[in-house]
Design a protein around this ligand. Structure first.
Ligand code: FES
Length: 252
């Protein structure tokens, strides 16, 4: 059976903003086959305090280095954010299906911490081919994304809820104005944003792929903890049928 669980050493753990961290791992075995949109399932808690694994999307891959960007939302992510350089963590992956990179003029729409997997996706599409729309609550939540995307994307659009940077509002306040030239939309973020992006794409007849977040136990299609309803009336498992789905494929 193919090995999918690895001990990966932490190369760097950086605080990007309040409660948001970037952890970079030495993960050569995972990096070899990782695709944008896939995720890793991390055992948090160390030896003393074993908890369930946490699914976190792959934010970037460079050689043997794999980065994740996440918000601290509980004990597991707090534990992860406190790990130091050289510590080993137990990583399962890469898991899930990933995005299909079949667009010539993609538009990437990310909301909040859901922006993370779009970084690796934008890099995979290559310089200047992607338009990127970043939707966040404030400038503080945008600055680090902007620095990362601006280093290799020339068209970055910004919406902040409080208007402290870019357009005041949400992703849908910008999307209709910039979607005309794209041939596909790729999106990841909170559920209300994904619903709105999906509705817009279906009405505008633009192919659209959405990456979903979910609580997961096994990550391997066994426990059903991540199942969701699909439009054909069957259940889909986000961990193995997704996390990337086509707009209209599942009920959001
Ligand atoms: Fe167990 Fe998806 S997490 S089936």
């Amino acid at each position: 059976m193919k090995k999918i669980t690895f001990d990966c050493s932490i190369l760097e753990n950086v605080r990007l903003a309040t409660g948001v961290f970037k952890t970079t791992l030495d993960a050569s075995a995972v990096c070899k086959t990782a695709k944008p949109g896939q995720f890793i399932h991390i055992k948090t808690g160390g030896e003393k305090f074993q908890l369930l694994r946490r699914p976190i999307s792959i934010a970037d891959v460079s050689g043997d280095r794999l980065s994740i960007i996440y918000r601290v939302v509980g004990d597991g992510t707090r534990w992860l954010s406190e790990r130091g350089e050289g510590e080993l963590i137990d990583v399962m992956g890469p898991l899930g299906n990933g995005f299909e990179l079949n667009a010539k003029k993609p538009l990437l729409v990310g909301g909040g911490i859901g922006i993370a997997p779009l970084l690796y996706l934008a890099r995979a599409f290559g310089d200047s081919s992607s338009d990127v729309l970043l939707a966040t609550r404030s400038e503080e939540e945008t600055t680090y994304w902007l620095e990362m995307f601006s280093s290799f994307c020339s068209n970055v659009h910004i919406a902040t809820n409080d208007g402290s940077l870019g357009t005041r509002g949400n992703a849908l306040d910008i999307l209709p104005n910039i979607a005309g030239s794209c041939d596909a939309i790729y999106s990841c973020g909170p559920a209300p944003m994904l619903r709105a992006v999906s509705d817009f794409a279906l009405k505008a007849n633009i192919p659209c792929q959405l990456s979903l977040e979910s609580h997961m136990a096994c990550g391997l299609g066994v426990c059903l903890s991540c199942s969701c309803a699909s439009s054909d009336g069957k259940r889909k498992k986000i961990c193995v049928d997704g996390p990337v789905f086509k707009a209209g494929e599942i009920e959001l």
